[in-house]
Design a protein around this ligand. Sequence first.
Ligand code: GAF
Length: 390
Amino acid sequence: MKEVNAKKEAIIACFKEKFGGEPLVIKSPGRINLIGEHTDYNNGYVMPAAIEQAAYVAIAKSGSKECKLEALDLDEQYSFSIDDALKPVEMGWVNYFLGVLDQYNKKGLALEGFNMVFTSDVPLGAGLSSSAALECSFGFAVSQLFGHEVSLVDVAKMGQQAEHNFAGVKCGIMDQFASCLSTADHAIMLDCRSLEYTSIPCDLKDYQLVLFDTAVKHNLASSEYNVRREQCESGVAVLQKKFEGVESLRDATMEQLDAVKSELDAVVYDRCAYVISENNRVLKAAEALKSGDIELLGKLMTETHEGLSKQYEVSCAELDLLADIAKANPDIIGARMMGGGFGGCTINIVKKSGLDTAVESVLESYKKVTQVELKHYIVAPGDGATLLKN
Ligand code: GAF
């Protein structure tokens, strides 16, 4: 809470200095994902939770058509007129905001000029959805500033579309949904088709969530992400010819997939097999969390890593190394790469009683092989999008 207040005060001070006046302030967080990776765009299940690290937006009407965006952490600015036709620009971070405004325009919701400052403490490139945090904090802030009745689910959907159209990643809804709708100490069990969800108390008993951040981001990430999506769709097209009611991989069973194996490219088969198994794991993991069977949750997470690495092929040497190191540590009962892949973090369930030693030992083993000092974060589920000041 102290941290939130400090961020809030800093962003208000910056806003007053740059533009004057009283802004409204919103925060929307990054996320972790316990399980359910690459299932969201297959209409399946995911189990994410928000983290404490968040993006913060301070915003007020400018009184003219002029819009000014100020990146506090980068000391960069971008200006435009609210009447300008919006299209992606060179300056990376600007696109998340333009993409959201474009969604407001498409919905026919009236906008005026505004001044805005943002800051974020979501680590970049760590697979913690720093971009979803920006889109959602801004999407929510715009609805509040102009008095539009836009639900948080709609803000999440607008953020997802901004990512598709202005950042070029055909992502699912998980990151934006978690950023908008999480509650502290809970994980979200989300059905990505209906967007129905339940908040499950995330009581890990004697265990603690720890992220190890490889700090690498291989540039395959967004192109390969879109390729995975296409491979899943091509698998569905073959399944649909034989089985009624298969709209997405979420509807298919392993038996059905095996029945069309000879018609599928071997790679497409593996991709689909991973997604079908992962959806089943999420359903089991939700029951495990509800009943307090944290050991089972950990086991399922470790199986997920195996699938992501071998069948879905979105891991990388650094993440596989971390998963192997974790497997060999008796105090870590589950570990897997998290998010889109090709870099970023692993998420680990670590015994509280051996926490310090386990963390030390992972850092040391990783350094021995790579000569790289890992970053790590101790995380707990936090609240989603919040109005801090109006
Ligand atoms: C990224 C995407 F943005 C999510 O929608 C999801 O597909 C995830 O990768 C993989 O589970 O974070």
